[in-house]
Design a protein. Structure first.
Length: 122
């Protein structure tokens, strides 16, 4: 949670070794407490920040990005898949895989998907 609060993004880079070793991320993360609320929907969130002077700041998200009420746009899905392929250094070219996935309904032979999703031979 510390990396999200500091960097304002929850991407893959927040889970790499550099982020895990970042002293600012670790220090802020040590102050974060998570509490599950069974009365809240699974795709909602409430964050409350308490300050040393006793004040608080709260925010609630009732329709999360990529949740049931607000699905992720196709362009965001494509971008995310591209990031995953690059992050893993798999050598997978996301563009042909994305094109094949969007045409899956009319695909006569889905075995091509396996080849497009397989890491490059080394």
């Amino acid at each position: 949670m510390g990396v999200v609060l500091l960097r304002r993004r929850a991407g893959l880079e927040g889970f790499n070794d550099a982020a895990a070793c970042d002293h600012a991320v670790r220090a802020l993360g040590a102050t974060v407490r998570f509490a599950d609320d069974a009365d809240m929907a699974v795709d909602t969130a409430r964050v409350t920040i308490g300050f040393t002077d006793g004040g608080t700041l709260a925010e609630e998200v009732t329709t999360s990005h990529a949740g049931l009420a607000r699905p992720m746009p196709d362009s965001d899905i494509e971008h995310k898949l591209g990031e995953i392929c690059r992050h893993g250094q798999s050598g997978i070219d996301a563009a042909p895989l994305i094109e094949a996935l969007w045409s899956l309904d009319g695909c006569a032979d889905v075995s091509r998907m396996r080849a497009l999703a397989a890491p490059a031979a080394s």
